[in-house]
Design a protein around this ligand. Structure first.
Ligand code: HEC
Ligand code: HEC
Length: 361
């Protein structure tokens, strides 16, 4: 019985490979990782990515971060559709850049190895896709998109419960064929179904052309890296009074209350708990990077115990909650999380300090 099941399973895997191969040519896997490289990649994944993408790469743990195990993504996206967002992030979304060049914690070698580790874990073959544009009718594509896709991806492709398809930095990296492949094949075990056979091929081409039309000629920016604050600079307004926040659910401070306290020059420590590259791009003035993956024990002696701490992120709270819970566990009681997150803060019109940018080649 067991053998029969195994035989059927093997047969169906072979068949699905044949089906893919008929439609698309498969291409050789990229280089293989050594055991040591794989071990470091796994450790990096758990430290930096699991918070949102999940321990098992299943996605949708926080912020609707997509699955990092779906077959169609790894058939069509290796290396660049994985490497680029991992390295530089997706502007305006909670996905920050992890490459050291932009202020993140990983070396170039580590980002490549993590890309291939994810690929190996997915267990699929790469398919060969052309880089030619997909031709379609933009107007017709928009009509189908609004009807079929906008509830999850947003009227302007800004992303709601699903990735921001109109995002300029995503469009700068993703080819037309990559997008079309995702629409045709969906993303297995996620809310993204396969539209092949549901929508006519022409409509899929039309939507692809419509999305491509939103590209803005975006280029990744390399910040001129700012010096990180030293412990002596942690406290904002050291001469000021202590704020007296009323916390929602004993944990959250509202953006408006935080803004007023800063206006009154009250004393506090602001922790930016996102990946440090996005602190480099823009942050609330006076904030100090304490990313969710930082080794708290190594920093603990530098954190004052008698000053109000406010942590924030863009997710809008997952990373900050994670850090504040750890701080509370270590006895820091005067701690709070910014309820709206930094995007909410910016939408309300409150100020941020921006980094200096130079364009990457
Ligand atoms: C704070 C939450 C968060 C963390 C931590 C995070 N991501 Fe993401 N990631 C996201 C979100 C949200 C998106 C989708 C953005 C969008 O709307 O396009 C995303 C998108 C991606 C994509 C694009 C996937 C696709 O289907 O196009 C890749 C690849 C990716 N992340 C890899 C990583 C890796 C690798 C790490 C760790 C080094 C990581 N992410 C850490 C939230 C996160
Ligand atoms: C029920 C909600 C929903 C609907 C409707 C939907 N999608 Fe998606 N879509 C998602 C989710 C969620 C993801 C991310 C899946 C994952 O975890 O990888 C996604 C992923 C994608 C991706 C891959 C993005 C990337 O960067 O990897 C594309 C392209 C896409 N959808 C296009 C479409 C189009 C076009 C339509 C309409 C024909 C559509 N989707 C309809 C939920 C939806």
């Amino acid at each position: 019985m067991y053998k029969q099941i195994l035989f059927l399973l093997t047969l169906s895997t072979m068949l699905s490979k044949v089906i893919i191969a008929q439609e698309y040519e498969t291409i050789e896997p990229p280089r293989k990782l050594t055991a040591k490289q794989a071990e470091i990649a796994e450790k990096n994944y758990l430290q930096y990515c699991a918070l949102c993408h999940g321990k098992d790469r299943q996605g949708h743990v926080n912020d609707h971060a997509p699955s990092l195990k779906s077959a169609s993504l790894f058939q069509s996206g290796v290396p660049h559709a994985i490497l680029r967002p991992m390295s530089y992030g997706r502007t305006g979304t909670p996905m920050g850049g992890y490459l050291d060049e932009v202020g993140g914690p990983m070396t170039l070698e580590e980002t490549w190895n993590l890309t291939y580790w994810l690929f190996e874990k997915s267990g699929v073959d790469r398919v060969k896709l052309s880089t030619n544009p997909v031709q379609g009718d933009i107007k017709k594509g928009e009509r189908v998109y609004q009807k079929e896709c906008s509830t999850c991806h947003g009227i302007n492709g800004e992303g709601i419960t699903a990735p921001a398809l109109g995002n300029p930095s995503a469009l700068a990296h993703n080819t037309d064929e990559f997008i079309r492949y995702a629409i045709r094949h969906g993303r297995k075990n996620t809310p993204m179904k396969a539209y092949q056979g549901i929508l006519p091929e022409q409509s899929i081409n039309d939507i692809t052309a419509f999305l491509r039309n939103k590209a803005s000629g975006w280029q990744d920016n390399k910040p001129v890296l700012k010096q990180l604050p030293t412990p002596a600079e942690y406290v904002v307004n050291p001469e000021g009074e202590h704020p007296n926040f009323t916390l929602k659910d004993d944990q959250y401070v509202m953006a408006e209350d935080l803004y007023k306290a800063l206006e009154k020059k009250q004393k506090m420590v602001l922790f930016d708990t996102r990946v440090t590259s996005v602190w480099q791009t823009a942050h609330i003035k006076g904030s100090v990077p304490l990313p969710y993956y930082a080794d708290l024990d190594a920093m603990i002696a530098d954190i004052p115990t008698d000053v109000q701490i406010v942590a924030y992120c863009s997710c809008p709270r997952a990373a900050a909650d994670h850090v504040v819970n750890k701080l509370r566990h270590k006895g820091f009681t005067k701690t709070a999380v910014l309820w709206e997150g930094i995007f909410g803060w910016m939408h309300l019109g409150f100020p941020v300090t921006r980094g200096d940018l130079s364009t990457l080649d």
